[in-house]
Design a protein around this ligand. Sequence first.
Ligand code: SF4
Length: 303
Amino acid sequence: MEIIPVIPRGYCKGVVRAINLAKQTAHKYPNTTITMLGMIVHNKYVVEACEQLGIQCVEEKGKTRLELLDKIKSGVVIFTAHGISEEVYHKAIEKGLIVVDASCDDVTKTQLIVKEYLSKGYEVLYIGKKHHPEAEAVIAISEHVHFIENENDLVNLPKYNKIMVTNQTTMSIIEIYKVLEAAKEKYPNIEILDEICNATRIRQEAIEKLENIDCLFVVGDPKSNNSNKLKEIAIEHNIPNVYLIETSNDIKEEWLKDANRVAITSGASTPTYLTNQVIQSLNNYASTNKLLHLKIDIKHLLD
Ligand code: SF4
């Protein structure tokens, strides 16, 4: 069995920066309550590792960042790489919290583009994933930002003369393509600003370049949008067996029975350590026919 680690994979620059900021904050404020507003990245192991550093995470399904902020009474608040709205920022300052902003530059750039077009009188279509914090922050900018999840969401929109369309940074190329085609049909003059970030794009393109793969493992959290998109792209690319797994211990031997070429990738929020464990276990299977049961040492998750 041949093991093929896909390049590039794993942590992107935005996640590395957010993790470094979290570590620096823990070091700088050893006696202060530090709270992360939502999961630092969508990976539960990274959240656990942050808790070991003394950083708590407030997260509740269905609650917006603005609502979650009510749970933080004092100390330091860390905003995640997904970005926040101005309303959240101002509310944190009004509450007297020390703010550490780990918003990724690429997310902030999309917000600035949206604001620029709004200031020129455009309506903005924003393609994203419902309840995702990045989308939430962009929608909060103005009532002239219209959230679109798929082509059907365009049907009831009125005609606009000045209109642009952009998207959440972690969408898949395939997904936005379909919506963009429908948007162009409805609004022939629409301006298109594709904002899939470079890290997301090159990880997706690497999957599309794979050939003759029997089985692909995407290492990532089920809540991670970019990990899920890698899985979807692999399925669209006709890779016969695609599994989204959180750790090496999720691999089942029966998945490998008839596999000759096995590839491994991981989402931008997945620790390198977890992906390396998957590669290690598969290499062991290739040489001994046995998967390894590996313990997860939390201290390596933020490396
Ligand atoms: S996936 Fe892209 S936008 Fe998100 S944190 Fe990474 S680089 Fe930034």
